[in-house]
Write a protein that binds this ligand. Structure first.
Ligand SMILES: [Zn+2]
Length: 334
C-alpha cells in the first residue's frame, strides 16, 4: 500500500537498484510500516515494474501477491494470520490460538528457511516478510539468525518493528536498519479522510497520530470507550457494572482507554492540557483534581503490567474487574 509520507524514502532508496539482503524497518506503530514492506516485497516479485520501481499491479505475480498466494513470498505475521483465521480451523484450543496470534514460532521460521532453500518459482526474488519482528520467540530468533548469517541467493528479508530494542542485537547487526518516516498530522488526517473515517482528528489523538492504528481501532473501540466514560468520570461508580460491559475481545481496548485516560489525567492535573481524549477535556480536568498523583502513578504501573498480559490466556472477566476496581479506588468515596 502506498502512503504519501513514504514517497521521498521510496524514491531515494527503493525505486531503483539493488537492495540489502536483510532490511530491518523501524517505524512508529500504525503508520503504514507493514504496507511499506509489502510495497517493497511486491516490487521485487513483479514481472514488469513501473519506471518508479513500484509493482505494476496487473501482472500474474502482482495478482498472486494480492491474493496472498505468491509462491515466492512468505509472511510471518501473527496479526495477519489472525484475520485469516476468522474462517479457519476450529479444532485448536483457545489457548493455542492465543499463542499463535501473539508470537512468531520457531516452526514458522524453519518453514520459511525451508522455503528459501528452493529455487524461486518465478526466477526473481524470494521474499520473507516478518512483522512485527519483535514478537519472535527466542528460539525463532535464533533460527532466523542462522539463515541471516548464510542467506540463500536471491533471498530478501524484510523485518518490520516498532520496538527494535526488543530484537536480539545479533539479529539487528545482520540487517540494514531503515527508519520509516511518520506522517505529519495533515497527511495522517488526509489519509484517514480518504479511508472514510469520520472524526479523524479524535481518532488520531487516541493513538498518538498513527493513521493506520486510528483506522484499525474499529467500531468496537468507540463502543468500549463510550461505555466506560460514565465510570471513568465518576458519574457511575459501579466497577462491576462497567466490567460487565467488557467482553473477551475488548481487553486490549480497555487497557488502551485506561492507559490514555490516566496519561490525560496526569497531563490535565500538571499541565492543564490533554493529549488523547480531547473531546473530554472538561471532564478530565474535573476528575484530575480529585485523584492523588501517587495513586495514579501506581495504577499506571498496574496497567503496564496488564498490557503485557494481554497476549496470554487469562480470565477476561477477572482481568477487567481487577483493573476497573483499582481505578474506582482512585476516585474519592461517593
Ligand atoms: Zn506486476
Amino acid at each position: 500500500m502506498k502512503f504519501e509520507w513514504h514517497t521521498a524514502l521510496w524514491n531515494r532508496r527503493f525505486g531503483k537498484g539493488a537492495l540489502p539482503q536483510s532490511i530491518l524497518f523501524t517505524a512508529m506503530r500504525g503508520t503504514g510500516e507493514s504496507g511499506f514492506a509489502e510495497r517493497v516485497a511486491v516490487s521485487r516479485l513483479c514481472a514488469q515494474p513501473l519506471p518508479d520501481g513500484d509493482a505494476c499491479g496487473v501482472c500474474d505475480d502482482c495478482r498472486w501477491f494480492a491474493a496472498g498466494t505468491h509462491p515466492d513470498f512468505s509472511r510471518l505475521d501473527p496479526e495477519f494470520a489472525q484475520e485469516a483465521e476468522v474462517t479457519g480451523a476450529e479444532e485448536d484450543s483457545a489457548a493455542d490460538k492465543k499463542k499463535a496470534r501473539t508470537q512468531i514460532s520457531v516452526d514458522e521460521v524453519r518453514a520459511a528457511a525451508d522455503f528459501l532453500r528452493l529455487a524461486a518459482h518465478r526466477g526473481r526474488a524470494r521474499v520473507v516478510l516478518i512483522h512485527p519482528a519483535h514478537v519472535m520467540h527466542i528460539a525463532a530468533a535464533n533460527a532466523l539468525l542462522k539463515v541471516l548469517e548464510e542467506p540463500p541467493a536471491g533471498a530478501l528479508f524484510l523485518l518490520v518493528t516498532s520496538q527494535p530494542a526488543r530484537l536480539p542485537a545479533t539479529i539487528r547487526s545482520r540487517c540494514v536498519a531503515i527508519a520509516l518516516p511518520k506522517p505529519t498530522p495533515a497527511q495522517a488526517a488526509a489519509w484517514l479522510a480518504t479511508a472514510g473515517l469520520q472524526d479523524a482528528d479524535l481518532a488520531l489523538a487516541q493513538v498518538g497520530g498513527a493513521p493506520a492504528a486510528a483506522l484499525a481501532l474499529g467500531e468496537r473501540y468507540w463502543v468500549v470507550r463510550e461505555g466506560l466514560m460514565p465510570f471513568l468520570t465518576g458519574r457511575d461508580r459501579s466497577w462491576l457494572d462497567a466490567a460487565a460491559r467488557i467482553v473477551d475481545t475488548d481487553l486490549a481496548h480497555l487497557v488502551h482507554v485506561l492507559q490514555t485516560w490516566c496519561w490525560d489525567l496526569a497531563a490535565a492535573r500538571f499541565h492543564g492540557s490533554v493529549r488523547y481524549h480531547r473531546d473530554r477535556s472538561t471532564e478530565l480536568g474535573r476528575t484530575a483534581t480529585t485523584v492523588e498523583p501517587i495513586e495514579l502513578a501506581d495504577f499506571a504501573r498496574q496497567l503496564t503490567g496488564a498490557r503485557r498480559l494481554l497476549g496470554h490466556p487469562l480470565n477476561p472477566k477477572l482481568f477487567a474487574e481487577d483493573l476497573l476496581m483499582s481505578y474506582s479506588r482512585l476516585l474519592p468515596k461517593p
